[in-house]
Design a protein around this ligand. Structure first.
Ligand code: SF4
Length: 253
């Protein structure tokens, strides 16, 4: 087996639907596997315990005309796809999004892949913000970090605060923002705790309040409640935005 190959779920081109880079066109590399199991997870294929036999790849960027190749996927296959897209659709893609699952579970692969990928376009890491040691080993090859803080009320996970704090400290040398999923169960103290940790690292680190999207594409929080959270965050941070998952409503992958 190629030691620099990774178990992937899908490779495709779409708009970034969340966070500070919302609306930009990206090449998504979705890795398999996650160290968490959030109650609202919208990528069950990425966190399934069974390793996927195949990875789905778009033939044409942004057209959802997928074909499959066997896992694990070697770097050479990824580079050939991206270089082909860059050549055929110059200037279209802002960056490569490493997503999952949790991409940092694939540390050895990333250490080998990232210097090559970053020579083509900038690299954006979407992460659950817990695996800070793998981040330390890869941060020099990453341009943007979108990290989650996992709130106990909406994810079912508690006790991740210290991991998030250390992770953010490592990520803060790059362009980083924090995203939290909020719903009607979110508590004021969770917003305050999140903001205290972020402001202890840097008051200018943006916070994204992402209203939970439920089945039937409904927003799972009263808009006034979301604005109350934004008002609380304003006591700690310079920039707090409320941004729903735009790709869900706009019909993108
Ligand atoms: S961290 Fe992300 S991929 Fe992992 S279970 Fe939670 S929502 Fe799903």
């Amino acid at each position: 087996m190629n030691e620099h190959a990774a178990t992937m779920v899908e490779i495709f081109s779409s708009i970034q639907g969340e966070g500070l880079l919302v609306g930009l066109r990206q090449i998504f590399l979705r890795f398999h596997g996650c160290n968490l199991a959030c109650s609202y997870c919208d990528t069950p294929a990425a966190i399934n315990n069974e390793l996927p036999e195949y990875c789905a790849i778009e033939k044409t960027p942004g057209r959802a005309d997928f074909f499959t190749i066997s896992n694990p996927v070697p770097l050479e296959r990824i580079l050939a796809t991206i270089e082909n897209w860059q050549k055929g659709w110059p200037g279209t893609h802002h960056s490569i999004s490493l997503t999952g699952g949790e991409p940092l579970l694939h540390l050895e692969t990333l250490k080998h892949w990232l210097p090559h990928l970053r020579q083509i376009v900038p690299v954006y890491l979407e992460t659950n913000g817990t695996l800070y040691e793998p981040l330390r080993e890869t941060i020099n090859h990453i341009d943007f970090v979108g990290m989650d803080f996992k709130l106990p009320s909406s994810t079912g996970h508690s006790g991740l605060w210290e991991q998030h704090r250390i992770f953010l400290t490592v990520a803060a040398v790059k362009n980083v923002f924090v995203k939290i999923v909020v719903d009607d169960e979110t508590q004021d103290w969770e917003i305050i705790k999140t903001c205290e940790i972020i402001s202890s690292v840097g008051k200018n680190i943006p916070l994204i309040l992402q209203p939970k999207t439920t089945v039937n594409e409904k927003i799972g929080i009263n808009p006034i409640r979301a604005m109350e959270f934004q008002e609380i965050a304003g006591n700690f941070l310079i920039e707090t935005r409320i941004i729903p998952q735009t790709h869900v409503f706009a019909g993108y992958l």
